[in-house]
Design a protein around this ligand. Structure first.
Ligand SMILES: [Zn+2]
Length: 280
């Protein structure tokens, strides 16, 4: 059933949507089935899926407590592996020397790998503990939002957002700020966002890791992510789909599950997306 709000429900300006998951069936990954006051809705004009209504302070939600950082600190090699691939993608699209800004730098892993790759790299992170950890490793990671960072327009060659674009409530404002801060020909690199069009989302349904309604307020498919990056005035130059790390258990069923995810990734249905886009 199509419903219409009095205000826009989508950054494309549409007021019409379909509810695709009811609040009472909306689950959070790892926490099991949980009663929440949010729905997952799909814009009938552009197909973008989102949490509705927008949770208050959604962008800060996962960054409030230290437990979020603990998962990174416990498995540094895992994150270095994934973010290493991300940095390789960035090198392929906009090689150093170049000035890079990582928005949502977490504990500074991407910034550190970017410095090693030859970039002049700065990170922004809202979690003070993450910033202190990164600064302790000699990295330029600052505790501020993009909006308040005070950078001059056209200061950067690359702006990176890893596992961030699904969190930012003001999607087009954020892309717009990135565009202002990028030089002409500069690269906006969005990476490691859950792929709602991938196999994981279809197969694991409500238990899929990407369904974290208070944190992941946008559920992108490659199509809708490309579409909204274009709407913000960028030219999309690269799209990749791949599986992020997933812990499989033992036994026949888990071996089958692992095989299905591997096949799905090869078929282009990996459950994460990266998009590279250039400021014209
Ligand atoms: Zn829309």
């Amino acid at each position: 059933m199509i419903r219409v709000e009095t205000i826009a429900v989508c950054p494309c300006g549409s007021r019409a949507y379909k509810e695709i998951l009811r609040a009472d069936r909306y689950c959070t990954y790892g926490a099991g089935v949980e009663q929440l006051d949010y729905s997952l809705i799909e814009c009938t004009a552009c197909g973008l899926v989102r949490t509705w209504p927008m949770p208050e302070h959604a962008e800060h939600e996962p960054f409030r407590d230290e437990s979020f950082l603990e998962s990174y600190r416990r498995r540094p090699a895992l994150y270095e592996h994934y973010l290493g691939k991300t940095v390789n993608d960035i090198v392929r699209l906009k090689p150093p020397p170049a000035r890079l800004l990582d928005v949502g730098a977490n504990i500074g892993t991407l910034v550190e790998l970017a410095v090693k790759a030859g970039y002049d790299a700065t990170g922004l992170e809202l979690n003070q503990a993450g910033v202190e950890y990164a600064q302790g490793r000699g990295l330029d990671v600052r505790c501020t939002t993009l909006e308040d960072a005070g950078f001059e327009p056209e200061s950067f060659d690359v702006i990176s957002m890893s596992a961030v674009a699904e969190h930012v409530p003001d999607l087009h404002e954020t892309f717009g700020e990135c565009k202002q801060l990028l030089k002409r020909g500069g690269l906006l690199h969005i990476s490691n966002s859950p792929n709602f069009g991938g196999f994981g989302a279809r197969y694991e349904k409500e238990l899929w890791y990407g369904l974290q309604p208070t944190g992941h307020v946008w559920q992108y498919t490659p199509k809708t992510l490309k579409d909204h990056v274009r709407r913000a005035g960028f030219k999309v130059v690269d799209v990749t789909k791949y599986n992020l790390h997933r812990d499989f258990g033992r036994g026949k069923k888990e071996r089958l599950r692992r095989a299905l995810f591997t096949l799905a990734e090869r078929a282009g249905l990996g459950d994460a997306i990266s998009v590279g886009a250039v400021k014209p």
